[in-house]
Design a protein around this ligand. Sequence first.
Ligand code: GLY
Length: 361
Amino acid sequence: MSAEIRVALEPPYTVHVGRGRLALAGELARERPSVAVVTDGRVAALHGARLAALGDRPWIQVPRGEQAKTLAQVGVLLEELEAAGLDRRSLLVTFGGGSVSDLGGLAASLYMRGIDVLHCPTTLLAQVDAAVGGKTGVNLGPAKNLAGTFHQPIAVVADVDVLATLAEADWRSGLGEVVKSALLESPPSGAEPLLELLERSSEGLLRREAPVLEAVVERCVRHKAAVVAGDERESGARAGLNLGHTFAHALEAASGFALPHGVAVAVGLVLALECSRRVGLLEEPELAPRTVRLLSRLGLPSSLAALRTAEVPLEAAHIEAALRHDKKRAEGEPCFVLPRRRGAVALGVAVDPALVRSLLA
Ligand code: GLY
């Protein structure tokens, strides 16, 4: 069952979720005099045939994962767009995970002061989060997403069929963002809350059954679309989408980006819940063990200890140093999004550094 979710911005756009949806990308690009596709080698090899309608357009390959998210790569990509002859009426199609849509979206927003971009996300993480809402960005050294723009796509095509080939680490990474959405969601009236849906369907989800994937991606996108429509530039409620992310970005940086983003988010959610409990903001204490149980059922780590290995020791001092680089910092100290209860968070909470240190011990 496919879904079309409207992101009610000006101009509005649609997120198409379902099986076999990539065929739409060719239709959406048909009228354009020039189109380029930005992708990575793995996605091109595994799924290039699904974008056969764009097979005769220039395909630009960028490095996989976080390696793509550098200012140097933005420069390389912009030069390639120029070499491909793109002009103001051109369309850039991103075909890949969150790194590809973050980098491609940023290049699209800069090239000739902004050309249209169509996102075709191929990872769970990008389908439920990165490709929706218009955030673009690259990292500045260890600081995640510190250079970026807001540049909304003309549409998003989230074809759940491509999720079948996701590498295990990328798959699990997406599940972390899905659990985040379940904690943030205020369920639409009459619908089963996403948290219950995940608890009930965790086995089907782990088997990547298409109907479960469609339902889960749709629900996450509906939630994100509603938040973004109410606060495109993150002057308020959108900051709630960063639940668990202040910790997660610091964990990723402290790991030298060895940790997949959503895996770091999973532990970031647990740390945010515990932090919220300790500062007295958590009104629904059962949410913490419930989240831990769900993360375990989904094969995700639920504690800092579970992430630490000899190769990636994640020393507290390194995590603390990385927290100070977070872009949500105020006067050099990090600010946190802390959960109050399901569907409600406190934004911009400054937490006593000693408490933060104790959480990282
Ligand atoms: N990933 C958080 C946001 O799009 O605001």
